[in-house]
Design a protein around this ligand. Structure first.
Ligand code: ADP
Length: 496
């Protein structure tokens, strides 16, 4: 295929594996571009050059000067480049904004006060860099509020720029709960015209300006990371105040389920776990369980069911339900293992719970990738009681590892987990609907009843292990969406 026939996409994002990660967004940004490249799409990923990339030997400087008009003047940035698994990654180097500890803040529960400015600047730098490229991209694929400024800048400051005349934008919502709200007095600093601060067709949001709203209002197309979440965010319960706007733009909104990277998350090849295993040769899982119990300082009672969780400890993830159900959970006879960090009060609760039941509860507070793999492999069940969950990755990893998910039926959890039915032996997990601790416990009880029958449990595990949530499928849907958006098909051809 000739180079010019290929779709050319700039994928702008605030974090991407293997470079910088706080959560699932990084996994998507690491894996989707790889799958797209395999489908013949030309993708360049661009993110900030954080301290981690500065310290090591990541990348080389490919552009020493890109001038970015901002804050009553022009700042000059450098662009670094690296390649990972066939995907070109670019890094915008702005030490004053990004040479700091952490990504969004010095630790998971603290944010930098100038975050909106950091990412507004990053967004503008992405556009200025793209402008210096040989040919314009067909589409900017923007991700979450941090890059919501890209469609906004393109449709205002750069609207008369002939270079971008044919360039379209896709704005993907990975989590509508984080919106990048800021004082409208900053607009001037960002070089944006004051009239964008309006309610209809602008970025005003209950007295603040919203970077998330900028993405939704000004992008050619909007997507989110599961079909169910695409429906949910159009309702007041899940829309975080943007449901009305999303209903109005519903014809441009598409839900595409995230895939997972089975090169990284596969019990047959995983280098971090005590023994590899698969549907055909499942014996290793028991060794992984013994290894996990040892690692967490728990007694090696291999016949006791182990429930695991790996999560950011924030309100979205529903760990207040686990706290409420704590006593009832231990009453069922299980052991519980948690890897997570975030909310200080929840962290304190889990530390205390472990102290009170050191032979039943294992807690690791912090971020630990290797331990995450050990939990996926060693636990029998995986608990995700999320209040809302745009897609969720851990339940999909769990399926592959034969670690049966118990989830609240919301967003991607609802799309990926089907209740196990002992009569037909169909289904891959257990779910509860109402956000209540007693409902969570009921789902755990149901799972334990099936667990008590090894043949049924095996069937449930195998249904999960055989399922395919690889990126290839999702990448095909993204490619198709890109094509429709670029061609201006249907709603994507109408003025926004
Ligand atoms: P979110 O993006 O909302 O945090 P996801 O389920 O989509 O939730 O993705 C979470 C990702 O982050 C997974 O890859 C998970 O393994 C990882 N993760 C979350 N917390 C930790 C932690 N404390 N240690 C290691 N990995 C973690």
């Amino acid at each position: 295929m000739r180079r010019d026939d290929r779709l050319s996409i700039i994928f702008a994002v605030s974090e991407a594996t293997p470079y910088a990660k706080t959560g699932g967004l990084a996994d998507v940004a690491g894996a989707l571009p790889q799958a797209l490249v395999k489908l013949g799409v030309e993708v360049a990923v661009i993110l900030p050059r954080y301290r981690g990339e500065r310290a090591g030997t990541v990348g080389r400087c490919v552009k020493e000067r890109v001038d970015v008009p901002f804050a009553f003047g022009t700042k000059t940035v450098a662009i670094y480049a690296d390649e990972h698994k066939g995907v070109p990654f670019y890094f915008v180097d702005v030490p004053e904004y990004f040479d700091r500890p952490g990504i969004y803040g010095p630790n998971p529960s603290e944010e930098y006060p100038d975050n909106v400015e950091r990412y507004a600047f990053f967004s503008r730098a992405v556009i200025e860099w793209a402008r210096q490229c040989e040919r314009p991209p067909d589409l900017f694929h923007c991700n979450d509020w941090q890059t919501g400024f890209i469609p906004l800048y393109l449709r205002t400051v750069y609207s008369a720029e002939p270079f971008f005349r044919r360039t379209r934008t896709l704005f993907t919502i990975h989590n509508i709960g984080y919106q990048g709200l800021f004082s409208p007095t900053l607009l001037e600093r960002f070089g944006l015209p004051p009239e964008v601060y309006r309610t209809e067709g602008g970025i005003e949001f209950y007295g603040s300006a919203s970077a998330m709203k900028a993405g939704i209002v000004f992008a050619t197309a909007i997507s989110t990371v599961s079909p169910k979440y695409a429906e949910e965010i159009q309702t007041p319960e899940y829309g975080h105040g943007l449901d009305g706007l999303l209903r109005a733009r519903a014809t441009r909104l598409v839900g595409i389920l995230n895939g997972v990277d089975y090169e990284e998350w596969n019990p047959a090849t995983d280098p971090f776990i005590a023994a590899n295993y698969s549907v055909e040769a499942p014996e290793g899982k028991r060794l992984c369980k013994a290894d996990l119990l040892r690692t967490m300082g728990l007694p090696e009672e291999l016949d006791r069911p182990v429930i695991g969780s790996i999560s950011r400890l924030v309100a979205q993830k529903g760990f207040d339900l686990v706290r409420e159900a704590a006593e009832g959970l231990l009453h069922t006879g299980i052991m519980y293992v948690l890897l997570g960090s975030g909310d200080r009060e929840l962290e304190r609760f889990f530390r205390d719970w472990q102290r009170a039941h050191p032979d039943r509860v294992g807690i690791y507070l912090g971020f630990h990738n290797e331990l995450a793999h050990k939990i996926e492999a060693g636990a029998d069940m995986f608990l995700m009681p999320s209040r809302y969950e745009p897609c969720g990755l851990n339940q999909i990893y769990s399926l592959k590892y034969g670690t049966v998910p118990i989830v609240r039926a919301t967003g991607g959890l609802d799309d990926t987990i089907q209740p196990f039915d002992p009569t037909t032996r169909s289904g891959n997990g257990f779910k509860f609907f109402e956000y209540r601790a007693d409902r969570l416990l009921a789902a755990v009880h149901e799972a334990l009843r099936v667990y008590a029958d090894p043949s049924l449990w095996r069937a449930c595990m195998e249904n999960g292990m055989r399922a395919d949530f690889s990126w290839e499928r999702s990448a095909l849907q993204y490619r198709e969406l890109y094509e429709r958006v670029i061609a201006g098909e249907g709603p994507f051809g109408e003025p926004t």
